[in-house]
Write a protein that binds this ligand. Sequence first.
Ligand SMILES: Cc1cc2nc3c(=O)[nH]c(=O)nc-3n(C[C@H](O)[C@H](O)[C@H](O)COP(=O)(O)O)c2cc1C
Length: 361
Amino acid sequence: MSLAAQLYPLLKPWLFRMDAERAHEWTTRMMRLSHACGLLTLGRRGAHPGDAPLTCMGLAFPNRLGLAAGMDKSASAVDAWAALGFGFVEVGTLTPRPQPGNPKPRLFRLPEHEALINRMGFNNPGIEAAVRRLRRRKTRAVVGVNIGKNFDTPNNEAVRDYLTCLKAAYPVADYIAVNISSPNTKGLRDLQAEDSIRALLAALKTEQARLAGEHGEKKPLLVKIAPDLDGQQIEALARVFNELAVDGVIATNTTIGREAVAGHPLAGEAGGLSGAPVRERSTLVVQAFRMLLRKGTPVIGVGGILSGADALEKHSAGADLVQLYSGLVYRGPGLITEALEALRGASSHPSTGDSGVGSSF
Ligand SMILES: Cc1cc2nc3c(=O)[nH]c(=O)nc-3n(C[C@H](O)[C@H](O)[C@H](O)COP(=O)(O)O)c2cc1C
């Protein structure tokens, strides 16, 4: 077990007495520091023991497990996350201009449910600052850049914000994730409506093709969706994704539903609920997209992974890759090793025919 995984159970009671956002900032700082001192890779040379390399979307992934967006909004610790064992790290959400996000407090723990509620509101240093940091990264882990719009950009001008971020991120990103599913930016989820998403994605796919020509390399463009979609909405989205040949789907973001935590004193806090209560719904959405998307279009499954079995559940539902965030708060870095071990035995994909290597792009 890694040193970080051994230490976390000792630190957790102390961290849980701290305000949730402060604890997050503290752990990120400590991790960066520990990595700079070589503590995260102590006693290890080269690859992480949990690695099981695969190719997906034309990218070489050391393993199937990624860090979900939101944990490293400013791309400040990518090398450290990779050293902990993640095969890919999605940074952001990043917007064209820096913005402070919503007033604090805006992040809440619901330990009885192994859940979080957040209404961060895309606090981030702006895309250019993140790009400068990503240029300096050393890791070979895949890095996705998750992009969004500024809070004060009206939806009818959102396309301009996404295009600005796509252009800026393109040279440094391995893939770009279009976030249209955060519940904390007013009206953002309206972009999931069929006509809105078609117009947005058509513009982004055209720009992707132009950038591919300019840079001599096509970088995959993925879309991150909400769990709060009914069957008709899922079908409409899948139709548009197939029509426009979107390169992958990330399912799912946090939920605005509160059924699973009803009665909890914090259930009324506005924002997105993540962790164990979103697991089942996210898995169903993964399954639905796997069935509806063109064969070979990868799905990244995210939502409520708190154990190796949960990671495997997402894979069995059709996820080529998986990501986690809230589980790390409750289980610490030991969860990474556990999920990697569970996923190692899952190298061939039942529904896409992905052989573990060379899956299509
Ligand atoms: C505090 C917090 C901030 C988040 N910020 C973002 C974000 O900026 N962009 C995004 O696409 N998803 C964001 N997410 C959603 C996660 O990436 C993930 O989709 C969701 O939490 C479900 O996974 P989990 O149950 O493993 O946490 C955030 C989640 C949390 C808990």
